[in-house]
Design a protein around this ligand. Structure first.
Ligand code: AHR
Length: 334
């Protein structure tokens, strides 16, 4: 028999979320099965399957490292890691694999918001708790124990408010490099930014996905430059630093000066983005903190041990102009 665990949706006020699972050690909280598929136990080790999106960005690398460090053997975990290369079907299959392995808990950084209902229900039917990190899903919050991440809409609002203040008083033609289509950060960062620039003189002339990658940002920016001409673009809003860095390459190749001829606002504040801000090639960055590992590991331990866990946990984000980036860069952890 496996253990029993319980968690409640404390912050959302949603109904208590209770799951029962089997344990091979007589049912005491804190012990776990292994990943061999036989429902076996490895003492007090908590076996966790983590379905990561992929390795699309500097942010993602920092997030993966944070998770691997937090879910270490020394901390009492066995981590089964899967990176889905930004392929939603592959990510869902990875979660199904964790279910059939009989892990103690599953952590997902969902690539997109939609399409999770069935597999989350399958995890619930198998009495395996799910914790979401980073991105959200549109499925019912009854189907997962907790979500830990960032307020993507507020990130968009902060970026948009700065754009409105700096450029909103004069005619400004803006192009947008969107994150992965259907992902929570792409959806919410667009919503927040658009609301913040409403009523200003910033005009969005085009918006396309660069999939959160440097190559994607570069090729979409090349297309924008080809379509509109480098002199007819004043501002780039990039949903992450990697795409902004790709856009910088495209702008330079077109003979213009990033940060001067074409202003750039982005989100993440990873090291390379912050360096570009210090160098004057990006004008403003809103942070998206990837160091979620310790909070996620604490939530997994609590859920598996039958303790209450806060159902919604936001991590604070900062924002940087050039001077703030100069001050912060030497101590930056990612
Ligand atoms: O979900 C967080 C986003 O995913 C980051 O902003 C981006 O860099 C990453 O790919």
């Amino acid at each position: 028999m496996k253990k029993r665990f319980l968690t409640s949706m404390a912050l959302t006020g949603a109904a208590a979320f209770a799951l029962t699972a089997c344990s091979s050690d007589g049912g005491d909280a804190g012990s776990s099965g292994d990943a061999s598929g036989d429902g076996g136990s490895s003492g007090d080790t908590i076996v966790v399957g983590f379905a990561q999106t992929g390795s699309e960005s500097g942010w993602r690398s920092a997030n993966t490292e944070s998770m691997k460090t937090a879910f270490s053997e020394e901390n009492g975990f066995e981590l089964i890691f899967n990176a889905a290369d930004n392929d939603t079907a592959a990510q869902i299959e990875a979660v199904r694999g964790f279910i059939s392995q009989g892990v103690d808990a599953i952590v997902i950084a969902p690539i997109v918001e939609d399409g999770w209902d069935d597999v989350l229900q399958e995890a619930a039917d198998a009495d395996i708790p799910v914790i979401l990190e980073d991105r959200t899903v549109s499925a019912s919050d009854d189907l997962y124990a907790a979500w830990i991440g960032l307020d993507f809409e507020q990130e968009g609002v902060k970026a948009g408010e700065w754009a409105a203040e700096m450029y909103g008083g004069e005619e400004t033609k803006m192009v947008v490099l969107e994150g992965t289509t259907g992902s929570a950060p792409a959806n919410d960062r667009a919503t927040g930014f658009d609301a913040a620039i409403e009523g200003t003189m910033i005009e969005k002339i085009d918006s396309q996905t660069g999939d959160f990658t440097r190559d994607g940002g570069k090729s979409v920016m090349e297309g924008f430059i080809q379509n509109y001409g480098v002199d007819n673009i004043d501002l780039v809003y990039a949903h992450n630093d990697d795409m902004a860095l790709g856009a910088i390459e495209a702008i330079k190749a077109a003979g213009a000066v990033p940060g001067e001829d074409i202003k750039i606002i982005s989100i993440d504040a990873v090291h390379d983005g912050m360096q570009a801000l210090v160098d004057g090639e990006i004008n403003y960055i809103v942070e998206c903190n990837p160091l979620l590992g310790d909070l996620v590991a604490a939530a997994v331990s609590a859920v598996v041990n039958g303790e209450e866990v806060e159902a919604v946990q936001y991590v604070e984000d900062l924002a940087f102009d050039q001077a703030a980036a100069e001050a912060a860069l030497p101590d930056r952890k990612y």
